[in-house]
Write a protein that binds this ligand. Structure first.
Ligand code: HEC
Length: 240
């Protein structure tokens, strides 16, 4: 009887401790050992419109140097002006992960997010793309006319045609291919088809279907999503 009472006291004591540890993350935030690493689990390189919420949350992972998750360490997120986070900081969960919803800034282009530990010693950059009005139109046209051949992935609504094509077109994100084209080259091949650049006629001409401003919108969209990013200097260098 006496033994049982002692056991009960012990158990109660243990559960009280466990509860306190969960309730008090602020003072009891886990220390981040040196050599800790932040990695991206998911949610990088998303494309959205300016000011809009990214479709997927951004999830980052904090591990120690041995690759073991660090739960309960506080992380914070920051970004360019106008980027919003929900939440902008908080503790890593039991698996060492921190999840946040991100809204794009009000200006178009690439924007970076910086995840870091409170002492700033462990950091991770995650890149996203915000599309302006013209680029959004380009994305819509691309979905309508181009992705069935230019996107290797099939979706429930659309079967990719890429496997049937030889030579194969490239995904519009493939900067290594696309950054070598000048704006004039892109306009020519989209308007007049593959032969305009001595390429296969399986790349059809769209000059009868699309207006010059729509072709411009497509080009602007392709530039916005290319990875690595497009810059005029890349092109000048590549064409030398
Ligand atoms: C019927 C399939 C098909 C459709 C639809 C299509 N393309 Fe293509 N595209 C191709 C093929 C095939 C090539 C590769 C030609 C080659 O390498 O000789 C190509 C190549 C290109 C290239 C040169 C870079 C690359 O990927 O190799 C550009 C730029 C391009 N297409 C833009 C577009 C745009 C913009 C649209 C939509 C308006 C579009 N294409 C729609 C088949 C298609």
């Amino acid at each position: 009887m006496k033994e049982r009472a002692i056991l009960l006291v012990l158990l109660l004591g243990m559960s009280a401790c466990a509860k306190r540890a969960v309730d008090a993350p602020a003072s009891g935030a886990a220390a981040v050992p040196s050599g800790a690493v932040l990695t991206e689990v998911s949610g990088g390189k998303q494309v959205t419109r300016i000011g809009a919420l990214l479709d997927q949350p951004v999830v980052v992972q904090l591990n120690d140097a041995q690759g073991t998750a660090i739960p309960g360490a506080v992380l914070s997120l920051s970004g360019a002006q106008g980027v919003k986070f929900d939440p902008a900081s908080g503790p890593t969960d039991a698996t060492g992960q921190f999840t946040t919803l991100v809204s794009a800034p009000g200006t178009s282009g690439r924007f970076q997010l910086l995840a870091s530990t409170t002492d700033g010693k462990v950091q991770l950059k995650v890149e996203q793309v915000a599309l302006g009005y013209e680029q959004l139109l380009g994305r819509q046209l691309s979905n309508q006319y181009c992705v069935r051949c230019h996107d290797p992935e099939s979706t429930p609504e659309r079967v990719s045609n890429m496997d049937n094509l030889d030579p194969k077109p490239h995904a519009f994100t493939e900067g290594d291919t696309y950054n070598k084209f000048s704006d004039a080259d892109l306009t020519a091949i989209i308007g007049h088809g593959g032969p305009a650049l001595n390429k296969a006629s399986s790349m059809p001409p769209f000059g009868f279907t699309l207006s010059p401003s729509e072709i411009q919108a497509l080009t602007s969209y392709i530039r916005a999503i290319s990875d690595p990013p497009y810059s005029d200097t890349t092109r000048v260098y590549a064409s030398k």
